[in-house]
Design a protein. Structure first.
Lengths: 65, 207
């Protein structure tokens, strides 16, 4: 059994956002500079947040069989 | 021993592995276990990473090296090594009256409710000015308002060296009420004094 193509695409989009966000957060954590905080707060967190929102949306929009 | 920073990196690493796994095999989510895995990988762990990472950044921003990593702050960092006990910031830093690794934050936070948040907010404003405003020259940097004695008395009030000083005893009430400023009423008015850095001797630091 495989998930519907729509669900699969949403999961991948969510994973891509979360992946990018986590990479940005990881980079910012290894960098000791005030700019790193800005990158973390204004790029890393929104990207992870977008991934979470897409994932939650994919759950609530899933059609019952 | 695992430090909080290492732990954060480990959690992010674990999240990345799970996210890659889910992106490569979305069919995993058809099972109950796969759904739970997806919930952890795409919701709980990323949320945890962001919260822990943010807290890590907030803690890290108290470090002296963090404040001095901005070019504009270099003279202020240099002033901590002035070989003259009249330089208040230098005397505090060199004699460990403030923790050396949190020297800036210890004196420049507000010892009041939400003082830490206000200090961080000001720091964020400084970064904003650095990139999008017109940052002043180091010697042109001024405090937003007169330095509050509360920040000095947070440590000094009740300390023997403070209490036994006849001048401090005589002025105690006006110092506590902030009527007489510790740093701008002629007593301890040499703080960083970055304008005069070219004409002073420097301590080489602890061996």
């Amino acid at each position: 059994m495989t998930p519907s193509p729509v669900m699969e695409r949403r999961l991948r989009v969510s994973a891509a956002f979360v992946f990018l966000g986590l990479i940005v957060e990881l980079t910012a954590l290894r960098w000791s500079h005030p700019t790193a905080f800005l990158v973390f707060a204004f790029a890393g967190i929104p990207l992870v947040g977008a991934g979470i929102v897409v994932f939650l949306y994919s759950l609530v929009s899933m059609k019952e069989k | 021993m695992i430090t909080p920073n290492t732990l954060t990196v480990l959690i992010i690493g674990l999240s990345l592995v799970l996210v890659i796994l889910l992106a490569a095999r979305p069919s995993l989510t058809t099972t109950r276990e796969g759904k739970i895995l997806a919930f952890f990988a795409l919701f709980l762990l990323p949320l945890l990473c962001s919260v822990v990472g943010f807290s890590d950044h907030m803690e890290h921003s108290k470090q002296t090296s963090f404040c001095l990593s901005c070019h504009i702050m270099e003279p202020f960092g240099k002033s901590l090594y002035v070989d003259d006990p009249r330089y208040i910031a230098a005397a505090h830093f060199q004699n460990h009256r403030v923790p050396g690794d949190q020297a800036c934050y210890t004196c420049h936070t507000d010892y009041a409710l939400y003082g830490g948040i206000r200090a961080k907010w000001r720091g964020l404003h400084h970064v904003w000015v650095q990139y999008f405003g017109n940052p002043p020259a180091p010697e042109g940097i001024r405090l937003y308002s007169l330095y509050n004695n509360r920040e000095c008395l947070h440590c000094h009030l009740g300390a023997r060296s403070f209490e036994e000083s006849p001048i401090h005893s005589a002025l105690r009430d006006s110092l506590v009420s902030n009527e007489t400023s510790c740093v701008s009423s002629g007593c301890h008015d040499t703080v960083h004094n970055v304008v005069r850095l070219g004409a002073v001797k420097f301590w080489k630091g602890a061996p």
